[in-house]
Design a protein around this ligand. Structure first.
Ligand SMILES: [Fe+2]
Length: 292
């Protein structure tokens, strides 16, 4: 079913069977998600920040000047929260226009959204929800992804979310992602924290999961520390990055041509010196992973 790509870059490299383009690619650019408490520091152009991701909805009503200042300093990606690509039916044209305007204003290198829905036909649920992994869902995403990409005139990448519920479906998640990217002509925003959390809460091997994913689709990563409570892992976006996440990110850099890794801190902000150190740590693992 679908496009299943068996991946074993290490084995291929060991056999000398292919000239791996990753060997010649520069390490991914390390960056951060723009948040108002970090704004003055990011706008001071610290050397640790090479790339910035902005959240589209934060700039729907105001902030054009900030967007333009950021665009003069960094390559930018625009991340959406509310297009609700998994909701059947037409996309909200008002939201899509606002999203596209932000992307244009900051000359975004690419735009991104989630593989999720946030709205039912009548209700804005206000958070990201998983879709059933079925042919019908896949077709909804393919059509919506193509529409967003065409409307914005920018490459679109789609992000895996955390799921606390296992929604019934009949397509393995990695097949779903491979086929979505292949059919819609889009890429992946691989959130390694979300993958790690799902692997813990649903008891699977994240490396095995990654080996079933076509690495050619991975363009950007998200990473932020997880938290644990009541026997589950959570993505509160308020912790320093842990070592097991760095290991997973390192694997992704070593087997894919990922171009950017974004630290996605939303709360409990430490001093910017600590954020800078965390970015230096990410740069270190990217350089090391890409050089081996
Ligand atoms: Fe994320």
């Amino acid at each position: 079913m679908g496009v299943v790509v068996a991946v074993d870059a290490e084995a291929a490299a060991a056999e000398g069977a292919v000239d791996n383009p990753i060997d010649h690619a520069p390490p991914p650019q390390v960056g951060i998600g723009f948040r108002p408490p970090l704004g003055p520091w990011i706008l001071s152009n610290p050397s640790e920040v090479e790339f910035v991701e902005v959240t589209a909805e934060h700039f729907f009503e105001e902030g054009d000047d900030t967007l333009q200042r950021l665009a003069a300093l960094y390559p930018i990606s625009v991340h959406g929260l509310g297009l609700s690509l998994g909701t059947p039916g037409p996309l909200c044209t008002t939201t899509l226009d606002a999203f596209s305007r932000v992307a244009s204003l900051c000359k975004a290198a690419w735009v991104s959204e989630h593989i999720a829905f946030t709205q039912s036909a009548e209700v804005d649920l206000g958070h990201l929800n998983p879709v059933p992994l079925t042919r019908d869902s896949l077709n909804v995403f393919i059509n919506h992804a193509m529409e967003v990409q065409e409307h914005c005139g920018k490459p679109l990448i789609l992000e895996n979310i955390t799921t606390y519920l296992r929604v019934p479906g009949d397509i393995p998640e990695t097949d779903f992602l491979n086929e979505l990217c292949h059919q819609a002509g889009v890429g992946l925003l691989l959130d390694v924290t979300n993958l790690f959390i799902n692997s813990k809460n649903h008891n699977f091997d994240p490396i095995h999961w990654l080996r079933r994913l076509d690495p050619a689709f991975i363009r950007q990563m998200h990473i932020v520390g997880y938290s644990q409570a009541n026997g589950q892992y959570h993505d509160g976006h308020c912790e320093m990055v842990q070592d097991d996440l760095l290991d997973l990110a390192s694997f992704v850099v070593s087997y894919s041509n990922v171009e950017s890794i974004i630290l996605e801190r939303d709360a409990n902000f430490p001093k910017t010196e600590l954020i800078a150190k965390e970015l230096q740590l990410l740069e270190g693992i990217c350089v090391t992973a890409r050089s081996h």
